[in-house]
Design a protein around this ligand. Structure first.
Ligand code: FAD
Length: 488
């Protein structure tokens, strides 16, 4: 893709406007639908341009965690105390470095109202807690820990509260029919009941500008270029850049060849079209990292690096394990577990059964296992001896694993080869303010241009918690819709 295909086009050269609306939204995923609802409720005529043939985007394939807290009705019904301050303390510690304090404070303060908004628009949450290690609940439980809130170091920073809110969905199949589908479906129905128009198979390519103001977009429909006029504002909601090889190589090279939890349509075009008009970006190097280990097994075993040494607490949010592995261990990881713990883990439920593969190596002793794995002699044995010494006392002074998961490894042992078992998506994107206005590199808002979702830098600037993408995408999508309808 060259910048020539992205450069903004002056409105003066447009001879024929093919469509017109007050607010034009590119992308019909979570940010787009939330923007559409609020813009329509603010009285604007809204047109969504969606590149594929249906609504949903990555959101409809997602597990469905929405990160909400501060004492939501669901948290309270399940006996959890939380407050805006507590949630804010946790997020500031978990999602940095470089955490955007103003955005996080804003997001936390608006969380209870955002929960009500989702429920009011038909998003169902079942009053049930999933309290076991896992990427997400295996059934339709509505609440789970989704960011290591109850593990070190965060359980000492803020009082642990589960904040991953999952829309109720029976017969869930992650990546096909996850909770994200039950987030998108009622919202799309709400948008369309409000009179929002949608043009499918239309792909935004460039902005149309009049002086410093964005007044529309150029898009392609079935190979033909069309001009769409936005009387009040354009909202970019096209997703991130996980599938732009060039942008990943330029900004987040740790993800080269390993895009995950994203869709091919996340090719970064929304970001590029806006930066071609002077928009600023932020945190382009930050990435979410998924780790393809079974959390039920990880909590019961030990994770070691290429030197046979532990490097992270095994009972934390698996995304944190993924970041620790990819960023700090050269993507080298092995899970070591004894027979009893392995059997216990296999008897549990999981939302990710595809991670339950047979071990790569099995041996009668740690010494044999160490040799089979090709680790330096005594390296793994020393690690296991140290772990066992403290585990027998219910302690883990090195990494702070919770006592409930601590038991010395004994008897026959096995190891899983988890080298390279990571994938992820970039967290960076357009720099926006609290009204979802896209900021120029000068710091001033670009008139007529708004953005939300993964094409923006959201609340996560380094670390990640599950639910942050659907969370800030819907939260700032709403803001974008409202602000665009005002025509600022
Ligand atoms: P999307 O929801 O993907 O919407 C963007 C839309 O824009 C798409 O419909 C796309 O087709 C369209 N589009 C793209 N380019 C153009 C263009 N040029 N013109 C017009 N339209 C365009 N996040 C969480 O917070 N919680 C989870 O539990 C979670 N689980 C996940 C599980 C899976 C399997 C996957 C795939 C993702 C998961 N995510 C989760 C991530 C989350 O789904 C995305 O980050 C989120 O949907 C981003 O929102 P968005 O509105 O920016 O993008």
């Amino acid at each position: 893709m060259t910048t020539d295909k992205l450069r903004p086009v002056p409105a003066a050269v447009i001879t024929d406007w093919h469509e017109t609306a007050d607010v034009v939204i590119a992308g019909y995923g979570i940010a787009g639908v939330s923007a559409a609802i609020e813009a329509a409720r603010s009285g604007a005529q809204v047109l969504i341009l969606e590149r594929t043939s249906g609504w949903g985007g990555a959101a409809a394939l997602a597990g469905g965690f929405v990160y909400l807290g501060g004492g939501t009705p669901l948290q309270r019904a399940l006996g959890f105390e939380d407050s805006v301050e507590n949630m804010e303390k946790f997020l500031l510690a978990a999602v940095g470095p470089g955490a955007d304090e103003a955005k996080i404070a804003d997001y936390c303060r608006g969380s209870l109202e955002h929960y009500d908004w989702l429920v009011g628009n038909g998003v169902p949450f079942r009053e049930a807690l999933w309290d076991e290690p896992g990427w997400e609940p295996p059934h339709d439980e509505g609440l789970a820990y989704s960011g290591g809130e109850n593990a070190v170091p965060f359980n000492a920073v803020a009082s642990p509260a589960p904040r991953g809110h999952v829309p109720k969905m029976s017969n869930k199949r992650t990546g096909e029919q996850g909770g994200g589908y039950m987030l998108m479906k009622p919202l799309a129905e709400t948008a369309e009941a409000l009179g929002v128009r949608v043009s499918y198979d239309v792909r935004l390519s460039r902005l149309i500008v009049d002086g410093e103001r964005v007044v529309g977009v150029l898009a392609r429909r079935y190979g033909r270029e069309i001009a769409v006029r936005a009387e009040l504002g354009v909202v970019l909601a096209t997703g991130g850049f996980a599938y732009s090889e060039q942008m990943v190589a330029d900004h987040a090279p740790q993800l080269i060849g390993r895009p995950g939890a994203a869709i091919e349509e996340h090719d970064g075009v929304g970001i590029l079209a806006a930066t071609a008009f002077g928009a600023a970006t932020a945190h382009m190097d930050a990435t979410e990292v998924a780790f393809f280990g079974d959390p039920q097994m990880m909590a019961r075993g030990i994770l070691v690096n290429g030197q046979g040494q532990r490097y992270v607490t095994e009972d934390t949010y698996p995304g944190r394990i993924g970041q620790a592995t990819l960023f700090h261990q050269d993507n080298q990881a092995y899970l070591v577990i004894d027979e009893q713990a392995h059997e216990e883990a296999l008897a549990t439920e999981t939302a990710t059964p595809n991670f339950r593969v047979p071990p790569t190596w099995a041996a009668e002793t740690v010494a044999e296992l160490e040799a089979d794995m090709g680790l330096a002699k005594l390296s793994l044995q020393t690690t296991v001896d140290l772990y066992n010494t403290y585990a027998a006392r219910g302690e883990d002074p090195l990494f702070g694993k919770k006592p409930e998961w601590l038991r010395p490894l004994a008897g026959a042992v096995a190891a899983f080869d988890l080298r390279g078992a990571t994938a992820g998506f970039p967290l960076g994107g357009l720099r926006t303010d609290l009204d979802a206005r896209v900021l120029h590199v000068s710091g001033a808002p670009i008139p007529g241009l708004f953005a939300a979702g993964r094409c923006t830098a959201g609340i996560c600037t380094g670390g990640y918690v599950s639910g942050a993408s659907l969370g800030d995408g819907s939260f700032y999508g709403r803001r974008a819709g409202r602000a665009a309808a005002k025509g600022d």
